[in-house]
Design a protein around this ligand. Structure first.
Ligand SMILES: [Zn+2]
Length: 122
């Protein structure tokens, strides 16, 4: 299921190739990733109180840039911030962290909490 963060439309993309990276309803580029994300940069830092923050930059097949910020404590992480092409979008609309990002975060010893998703597993 694709989701537009600008106009809040959920739409199913049907087709063999990745979608175009823009919302068909409003033309906004603030939609869920097209195709596979590839991680281009990861920054992780840990504060003295045991809270870790991991910043993952990735691009999708339409060359949009996704910035994920994951906050973690005791090895459990949660998506706290997401920006698409520099536009911050609500993280609660993202059903789950893309697998490429989850794999990068788990390389730092942190598992992503899935939380209660109204959309269920994909
Ligand atoms: Zn839209």
């Amino acid at each position: 299921m694709e989701h537009c963060f600008a106009c809040e439309t959920d739409y199913g993309y049907l087709g063999g190739s990745p979608h175009r990276g823009t919302c068909p309803a409003c033309g906004s580029p603030a939609v869920t990733p097209a195709g596979e994300l590839s991680v281009v940069e990861t920054t992780a830092w840990e504060s003295a109180n045991g809270l870790s923050t991991i910043h993952v930059s990735a691009t999708d097949t339409s060359a949009r840039r996704f910035e994920f910020v994951i906050a973690a404590r005791r090895g459990r992480g949660e998506l706290v911030c997401l920006a698409i092409d520099g536009v911050e979008v609500p993280t609660d609309a993202m059903c789950s962290v893309p697998s490429a990002v989850a794999a990068t975060v788990s390389a730092h010893g942190i598992g992503i909490s899935e939380g209660a998703s109204p959309h269920g597993p994909q």
